[in-house]
Design a protein around this ligand. Structure first.
Ligand code: PFF
Length: 439
């Protein structure tokens, strides 16, 4: 297959927005605040930012580089760079497994957004409703498996329909519009949050250093979140990189994606925590945090209904662009490696994710197991192996070509030491710390 058959991004900006669209999703707006809230706020944030810089960014560059160099799927890329039976193709298999697990619970949460859009249309964000009303709505939703399964089914069908049609260019266009809109609505919400009595408390919660909150679990959660949010460790970014044009710069494109992804998570944090403290919501409330805190803010806005519905529509859209990249990892693997029909694969495996997701709608424990196993173990192990491959196996000329003759030439040594030593050592240390080795 030639490059033109596979399709390519129209421009470097097209790649950045599409990759950022894949990275930015529920992870930034739903998961980041609640995981930060459950893991000590500022302690979590500090570790998170350090990990994005020393672990996330180098691995992101490595994934995009491997994709661009081979123009293949995550299993094919390792075969092309090593050999047909290369053990490194395990990374691709693990990525497919992680994609199944993540998509199954991701779709259930995205389904919650549908309920919050419908409730908004019924007046949940008007001044006649109270924050307690919405908290009750959320509790009712999560204790109703049938409702959650219905919305989960709707969401997964939307995802399947887009991957089925293979609308690469449509996807790019959607991301170009949605990302800026999402940023605008978050900034508007920050302006609102700044005027609330909980603003200072919220900001302090995120920024005031408190070493006593730094536990092995906080560090593990921050690492899991770093990979989950940047969609790393499972070949999704490798696949996006495989559509880059030869002249596009891997390093600056990756840096932009990391900056946008982290920036949006921070914006969400600075919106949510002040609101949490203003309305007396518990910061460690868990997965419902965004859903039970923000409606209280919408109810006080003059155009609250429109703002609230708009917010959940955008969150749903951000979730769709990420879910597509998850299903795409599965589809690309089965289409390329087993010559299966793309349409059958999207429907068949999308349906399998629907079935697994039913377990998440019924049991919070099952939800937690899928979430934690994928984010805290599969993605970090995938990222560890990818960085070792890029650092120790990939031909140096290939890696260097993405730095040479660019303004990043001087950073090659730093990147190489990161993927060879810093990133693998960090992942191993976090695991050992979690196992209690340093106590
Ligand atoms: N990065 C996405 C988010 O933050 O919502 C989730 C995700 C998408 C993870 C795609 C992994 C992936 F391959």
């Amino acid at each position: 297959m030639t490059n033109t058959d596979r399709g390519q991004w129209r421009s470097r900006m097209g790649f950045i927005l599409a990759a950022a669209g894949g990275a930015v999703g529920l992870g930034n707006i739903w998961k980041f605040p609640y995981v930060a809230g459950m893991n000590g706020g500022s302690a979590f944030l500090l570790v998170y930012l350090v990990l994005i810089l020393f672990l996330g960014l180098p691995v992101l560059i490595a994934e995009v580089m491997l994709g661009k160099a081979t123009q293949r799927n995550p299993v094919g890329a390792f075969k092309a760079l090593d050999h047909e039976k290369s053990p490194w193709r395990m990374i691709g298999f693990m990525g497919v497994l992680a994609a199944f697990m993540i998509l199954s619970f991701y779709s259930v949460v995205a389904g919650w957004c549908i309920e919050f859009i419908i409730q908004g249309a019924k007046g949940a964000y008007s001044s006649s409703s109270s924050p307690e009303d919405v908290q009750k709505l959320f509790a009712a939703l999560t204790s109703s498996p049938s409702k959650q399964i219905l919305y989960h089914g709707i969401f997964i069908s939307m995802t399947i329909a887009i991957v089925y049609a293979g609308v690469q260019s449509g996807l790019q266009r959607v991301c170009e519009v949605l990302m800026p809109l999402l940023i605008v609505i978050l900034i508007a919400l920050i302006v609102f949050a700044m005027k609330q009595e909980g603003w200072q408390k919220g900001v302090r919660f995120l920024l005031e250093p408190d070493a006593s909150k730094l536990t092995p679990n906080t560090i593990l959660a921050a690492m899991g979140q770093c990979f989950f949010s940047l969609s790393l460790g499972m070949g999704a970014m490798l696949t996006y990189g495989s559509y880059l044009r030869k002249e596009d710069n891997v390093v600056s494109s990756s840096a932009w994606v990391a900056v946008m992804d982290t920036g949006i998570a921070l914006l969400a944090g600075f919106v949510i925590f002040p609101i949490v403290f203003t309305f007396g919501v518990e910061p460690a409330a868990g997965p419902g945090l965004v859903f039970v805190s923000l409606p209280g803010a919408f109810q006080q806005l003059p155009a609250g209904t429109i703002a609230g519905i708009g917010f959940f529509v955008l969150l749903l859209a951000a979730a769709v662009t990420s879910a597509i990249s998850l299903l795409e990892v599965i589809a690309a693997y089965f289409v390329d490696e087993f010559k299966m029909d793309r349409r059958k694969v999207s429907i068949g495996f999308g349906f399998l994710c629907f079935l697994i997701g039913i377990g998440c709608a019924v049991s919070g424990n099952f939800f937690d197991i899928l979430d934690k196993t994928s984010s805290n173990y599969l993605l970090p192990i995938g990222a560890l192996l990818i960085s070792m491959f890029a650092g120790w196996v990939l031909k140096r000329e290939i890696a260097q070509s993405d730095f040479k003759d660019t303004k990043f030439a001087k950073l090659f040594g730093l990147w190489l030491s990161s993927v060879r030593f810093i990133a693998p050592v960090l992942v191993v240390l976090v695991f050992l710390n979690k196992l209690g080795v340093f106590k």
